[in-house]
Design a binder for this molecule. Structure first.
Ligand code: GH3
Ligand code: MG
Ligand code: MG
Length: 370
């Protein structure tokens, strides 16, 4: 019995009265269903949805109060509003009992047509609003799951793409691949490799103050400026994550890296993006940590990045908006394995690495000669 029309159920056992009520409600935009007994009424309620039930308190076989109790006991029908129709002589106890079992209103006989119509109209409006809210909630739910799905797809696309979705510069995945490649080259050619790690100062308060969207815009501007600071074709600037960026400079030592790092710091200063909440300046600034290495087989990329991170930490610690030149990686490889005084020892160590490339004989003779 689902034809899309709002339905009102009238449960009255006297056919002449039923007809009167039906006629009174005829001008309303709803479908009137009638039942002459409790069993018939409950059967109707099981098979379709009603906006309202008008229930005569005196119905044969099962009185109105019992019908209401049974309605409240069922999940499907317990939310349907009930208006009891009752004789003027109804006692107070029955009235209270009616409200206890879920009546929302009473109508006293003889029924006044205008009163009945306006009461029913109110419940029809409420029902419509409830339906509307239900549809809106469903729409919202499906929008949320659509967005979640989209976010998942975006994450996946970003993970397989080489560019950062927000700033359009190379992403961390690309950076990892590029560091791996540059590291191997530097190792083979015994060339220096430098890393510049930059982090926007007090960016959390920037977001809190100007909103996340403006925060995103700021990241785009910073990324663009950092990219404009590198000049060599082999240099790479990538978004490392959040508000952190890394520039990788192959064949570049500490001196060159410090020049580029300082240029980057100044460049962001010159952007003059207002940041009234910064502890450092009235505009957006970055702190920078720099690390340099001439890698050996005993060094690791992770340690190299860590030393840039340590240097960045020092820059933050020293007050932000500065460049801190780290030395950790370089010192580590020199001190631990390659004492400056022991040139032949250094050669042997490097030779051990060459052994991996099949030059065992050379190594053995070097070792025997050492
Ligand atoms: P510090 O000077 O010590 O670096 O402080 P900070 O506030 O910059 O550092 P913190 O790590 O506390 O906060 C980083 C902020 O960067 C928090 C986070 O909301 C924001 N952030 C990270 N990724 C994004 C992004 O993609 N868009 C925006 N708008 N904000 C981001
Ligand atoms: Mg950070
Ligand atoms: Mg920061």
């Amino acid at each position: 019995m689902s034809d899309g029309q709002i339905k009102v159920l009238i449960v009255v056992d006297k056919s002449d009265y039923l007809l009167v009520i039906k006629n009174i409600l005829a001008p309303l935009d709803c479908k009137i269903i009638t039942a002459r007994s409790g069993t018939e009424a409950l059967n109707y309620m099981r098979s379709c949805e009603f906006a309202l039930v008008l229930l005569d308190i005196r119905v044969q076989e099962m009185d109105g109060l019992e019908i209401a109790e049974r309605m409240r006991a069922s999940e499907r029908t317990k939310g349907i509003p009930i208006i009891f129709i009752t004789a003027n002589s109804v006692d107070q106890d029955s009235l209270f009992k009616g409200f206890e079992v879920g009546a929302v209103d009473y109508l006293l006989k003889p029924i006044k047509p205008n009163l009945l119509r306006s009461k029913v109209r109110v419940f029809l409006d409420l029902y419509l609003q409830k339906q509307l809210l239900k549809i809106q909630a469903e729409l919202l739910e499906s929008k949320v799951s659509e967005l979640l799905e989209l976010k998942k797809v975006n994450c996946h696309l970003e993970s397989i793409s080489s560019l950062d979705g927000l700033t359009g510069i190379p992403n961390r995945r690309t950076l990892d691949q590029y560091i791996g490649m540059s590291w191997k080259n530097a190792l083979r050619e015994r060339q220096p490799l430098s890393i510049i790690m930059a982090d926007i100062d007090n960016f959390k308060s920037y977001n809190d103050n100007y909103g996340h969207l403006q925060g995103d815009e700021c990241l785009i501007q910073v990324a663009k400026s950092l990219v404009s600071c590198i000049k060599r074709p082999n240099d790479l600037v990538a978004r490392y994550g959040g508000e952190e960026f890394i520039a990788l400079l192959p064949n570049t030592g500490k001196k060159g890296a410090s020049i580029v790092a300082e240029r980057m710091r100044e460049c962001i200063e010159k952007l003059a993006l207002q940041n009234s909440q910064s502890q450092v300046a009235h505009y957006v600034t970055i702190s920078i940590g720099v690390a340099e290495i001439i890698p050996t087989p005993f060094d690791s990329i992770a340690d190299f990045i860590k030393s840039a991170d340590n240097a960045l930490y020092m820059a933050k610690y020293a007050g932000r908006n500065i460049v801190h030149m780290g030395t950790h990686c370089q010192l580590k490889s020199n001190n631990r394995l390659l004492p400056k005084t022991s040139k032949s020892f250094r050669e042997i160590v490097e030779g051990v690495w060459l052994a991996k490339r099949g030059q065992v004989k050379t190594i053995l003779s070097q070792l025997l000669g050492a």
